[in-house]
Design a binder for this molecule. Structure first.
Ligand SMILES: [Zn+2]
Ligand SMILES: [Zn+2]
Length: 632
C-alpha cells in the first residue's frame, strides 16, 4: 500500500483553477457504468473494480504510457456516487468528537469522543455523542478511525462497542491509549485494533483512507484523507503546524499540498479550537527552553511538574530539563505512571533507567536532585496534585521551598478548580509557576495563522469547520472567507447535521439525533434534560415538601400537613412561615375537595400552587415544591 502513496490517480488534476474557484472534480473516477442505479451489493464490487482500474492506471502512468491530462476524458462522464457526512458530536462543543463518512452506503466513523460535563450538568460523569444513528445503521459500519489518543476523540469507544463490535484503526500509541477505557469496560474482545503507520494508505470499507502525520499535544496524531468518488475529503484532526516538534515528526504539509495539486481537495474539515486566536501557536520545543531556565534558577529546590499524562512530548521535555540539571525523575499518579511505561516501551519517550526513581524513595534524596512528574493539571479533586495540595498524598508531603509547575492550561470550566488548587499550594508555602506566570505551556491547536496556512496549502473547493464551540467555528468561517473561500463553498454545521457532497457541490442533507447522551455511574442515556433541570433547581434553591393526608369520603384534610425542607433556608421567622404554609396547604386542599376534585393530580397541583406562591411571595426564593398527598 505504502508504495502507492505518491501515485496520482487518473482523471484528476485537470480541473484546478488558479484562483481556487469551484472546479469540476472527478473524484475516484469510477467506471462509466457506476452512474446507473445499482444494488448495494454491486456498489462494493464496483468500488473494487475502480480500485483495480486505479492501480492499473497508476502503474501505467508510472511507466509513462499515459498522463493525467490524457486520462481526463473520464472526468464528467456520468455522475459519481454522492458522499454523505454526518456530524454526531464536536461541532458546538470541545469534546465528544464523532463523525460518519458514508460512501456507497457504507459508513466509516471518525473518532468516538467524550466530553466532560459542564457546570450545568450536576452529577453527570461524562457526555457521549448520541449513538442512535450508528445503532440503527450498525450493519453498514465498516470501521472506526481514531485520529489521536485524546479522550475527546477516543473516550466513547467503550460505549459504542457495547452497541456493536467494530474494527478500530489508529496509530499504535492512539490505540494503546484508547484501549485503557475499553479494557476497563471489559469490551476489548468486541473490537479489533488495527495499527496504521504514518503516510499509510489503506482501503477501509468503502474508500481508501490515508493517514497523514500532524503535530498535536499527543504524539502520532493524524489528519485523514478519504479518497472518495467525490474526490478527497481531508479532515485535519486536532493539529498545529509545529516546525520544531520534539520528535521531529512535522505536520506533513508537503503531502497535503501534493493532494491539493493532484487530484485536488474537494472538502476540508478543520480544527477550529483556536480559530479566535491571531498569530501562530509557538512550537512545543519552546516549553523545553522555558523549563530549562526555570530549573536552572532553582538548583536546590524540589520540583513537581504537572501536565496531561498523554502529553508524552511535554513529559520528555520535563525529564530532559530535570536530568540536565542532575535530577532524578519520579512519576506520580496512576495514568502518568502507565503512560510513561507505555511510551518508553513504544520508543516514544526516552528516559534512561538510571534517571528514574520510585516516588516512595524521593524523601531520601536532596530536594535539588528531585523532579516529580504528576497528573492533576486540571485541578481534578481526586488527582495527585489536588491531594498533594491538601496534604493527603500517601507518598510524600509538600514542603516550603518546593516548586510546583503547572504545565497545562485549564480546559474551559476547570479554571475554578485549578485556581483553588493553586491557592492551597500557596498556603503550604510552595512557589507555583503556571502559564500565567511563565511560558510553561503552549497549546496543541493551530491558531489563525496556521489555519490560514492549511487552507492555502490545501486549496479546498469546500470547507466545513469542525472541533469547536459555535464561536470558534463561526470565526473559522470568517477566516476561510478572508482566504477567498466564500458563499456556497463554506458551511457552518452543528451536531446532528448531515451534508451531501455530490457532483453539483456541497448541500445540507437533513439531520439525525445529535444531542447529549449523559453517563451517570452505570446509567447511560437514562438522564435527560428534565432530570438535570431538577438537579439545578435542587442545587440552587433546595426543596420544600408538603406531606398531607386527605380523607376523600369526608372531603377533608386529616390532621396538619407536614412541611419538610432540604437545602432551603429562610432564617428569621421560619417557624411562623412554616405555620402559615401548613395553613395554606390545608386551605387549598379543602377548597379543591369542596369543588369536587378527588384525583391526585388536581390535589397535588392545588397544594403545589398554594405553597409555591406563599414561599415565593415571602422569601423571593423559588425552591422546588413537592406535594405528597396521601388519600385514605
Ligand atoms: Zn486532541
Ligand atoms: Zn480534540
Amino acid at each position: 500500500m505504502k508504495n502507492e502513496r505518491r501515485t496520482s490517480e487518473p482523471g484528476k488534476g485537470t480541473g484546478s483553477t488558479k484562483d481556487g474557484a469551484p472546479r469540476k472534480v472527478s473524484g475516484n473516477a469510477l467506471p462509466k457504468e457506476s452512474g446507473k442505479a445499482q444494488a448495494k451489493a454491486q456498489a462494493k464490487a464496483q468500488a473494487n473494480k475502480a480500485e483495480a482500474k486505479r492501480s492499473h492506471s497508476a502503474a501505467a502512468k508510472a511507466s509513462g504510457t499515459t498522463s493525467a491530462k490524457g486520462s481526463g476524458t473520464t472526468a464528467g462522464a456520468g455522475s459519481h456516487d454522492a458522499v454523505r457526512i454526518v456530524f454526531l458530536g464536536g461541532l458546538g462543543e470541545i469534546g465528544r468528537n464523532c463523525a460518519c463518512i458514508e460512501v456507497n452506503g457504507r459508513i466509516l466513523v471518525l473518532d468516538v469522543g467524550i466530553m466532560f460535563p459542564d457546570p450545568d450538568m450536576p452529577g453527570v460523569d461524562l457526555v457521549l455523542p448520541d449513538f442512535t444513528y450508528l445503532r440503527e445503521n450498525a450493519d453498514r459500519v465498516d470501521g472506526v478511525i481514531l485520529t489521536h489518543g485524546h479522550e475527546d476523540h477516543t473516550g466513547g469507544l467503550a460505549y459504542l462497542l457495547r452497541d456493536f463490535p467494530v474494527p478500530v484503526y489508529g496509530s499504535e500509541l492512539t490505540l494503546a491509549l484508547a484501549r485503557n477505557r475499553v479494557d476497563e469496560a471489559g469490551m476489548a474482545d468486541r473490537a479489533q485494533f488495527i495499527p496504521v503507520r504514518d503516510g499509510e494508505r489503506r482501503r477501509i470499507g468503502p474508500c481508501d483512507v490515508e493517514f497523514i502525520p500532524v503535530t498535536h499535544s499527543v504524539p502520532h496524531a493524524f489528519a485523514t484523507a478519504f479518497h472518495t468518488p467525490q474526490g478527497i475529503i481531508l479532515h485535519s484532526g486536532d493539529f498545529k503546524i509545529d516546525l520544531h516538534p520534539v520528535d521531529g515528526r512535522r505536520t506533513d504539509l508537503a503531502r497535503m499540498g501534493a493532494l491539493a495539486s493532484d487530484p485536488g481537495i474537494r472538502l476540508l474539515l478543520a480544527d477550529s479550537t483556536n480559530a479566535e486566536e491571531p498569530g501562530f501557536t509557538p512550537s512545543e520545543s519552546t516549553v523545553g527552553a522555558t523549563l530549562e531556565r526555570v530549573f536552572l534558577a532553582r538548583p536546590d529546590q524540589r520540583f513537581i511538574v504537572t501536565c496531561f499524562a498523554s502529553h508524552i512530548h511535554r513529559v520528555q521535555q520535563v525529564a530532559d530539563a530535570a536530568i540536565a540539571e542532575g535530577r532524578l525523575v519520579a512519576t506520580l499518579g496512576l495514568s502518568m505512571k502507565k503512560n510513561v511505561t507505555l511510551a518508553r516501551r513504544l520508543g516514544l519517550l526516552e528516559i534512561p533507567d538510571d534517571s528514574l526513581v520510585d516516588i516512595e524513595d524521593i524523601d531520601d534524596l536532596d530536594p535539588g536532585r528531585v523532579c516529580v512528574i504528576s497528573t492533576g493539571s486540571q485541578g481534578e479533586p481526586m488527582s495527585a496534585l489536588s491531594r498533594l495540595a491538601a496534604g493527603e498524598n500517601r507518598f510524600f508531603q509538600l514542603q516550603e521551598n518546593d516548586v510546583v509547575v503547572i504545565s497545562a492550561h485549564p480546559i474551559p470550566g476547570n479554571e475554578w478548580s485549578v485556581g483553588r488548587v493553586i491557592d492551597s499550594l500557596y498556603r503550604r508555602g510552595v512557589e507555583v509557576i503556571h502559564s500565567g506566570v511563565d511560558a510553561v505551556h503552549v497549546s496543541g491547536h493551530a491558531r489563525q495563522g496556521e489555519l490560514a496556512m492549511l487552507m492555502s496549502v490545501t486549496r479546498p473547493e469546500f470547507f466545513i469547520p469542525v472541533h469547536g464551540e459555535y464561536r470558534h467555528m463561526a470565526n473559522h468561517i470568517r477566516l476561510a472567507e478572508s482566504m477567498g473561500i466564500t458563499g456556497d463553498r463554506v458551511l457552518l454545521c452543528e451536531d446532528g447535521d448531515a451534508v451531501r457532497l455530490d457532483d453539483s457541490g456541497l448541500h445540507r442533507d437533513g439531520t439525525v439525533p445529535g444531542g447529549y447522551l449523559f453517563v451517570d455511574g452505570s446509567s447511560v442515556g437514562d438522564i435527560g434534560h428534565g432530570v438535570l433541570r431538577d438537579r439545578m433547581v435542587l442545587a440552587e434553591e433546595g426543596v420544600v415538601m408538603a406531606v398531607a393526608t386527605v380523607d376523600l369520603k369526608q372531603g377533608e384534610v386529616v390532621g396538619t400537613p407536614q412541611i419538610v425542607t432540604r437545602g432551603w433556608a429562610y432564617d428569621h421567622d421560619t417557624e411562623v412561615l412554616l405555620d402559615e404554609a401548613r395553613a395554606e396547604v390545608t386551605k387549598a386542599l379543602e377548597h379543591a375537595l369542596s369543588n369536587g376534585s378527588h384525583d391526585h393530580e388536581t390535589l397535588n397541583r392545588a397544594a403545589r400552587k398554594a405553597l409555591g406562591r406563599l414561599v415565593g411571595d415571602r422569601t423571593r426564593q423559588r425552591p422546588m415544591i413537592v406535594p405528597v398527598i396521601v388519600t385514605v
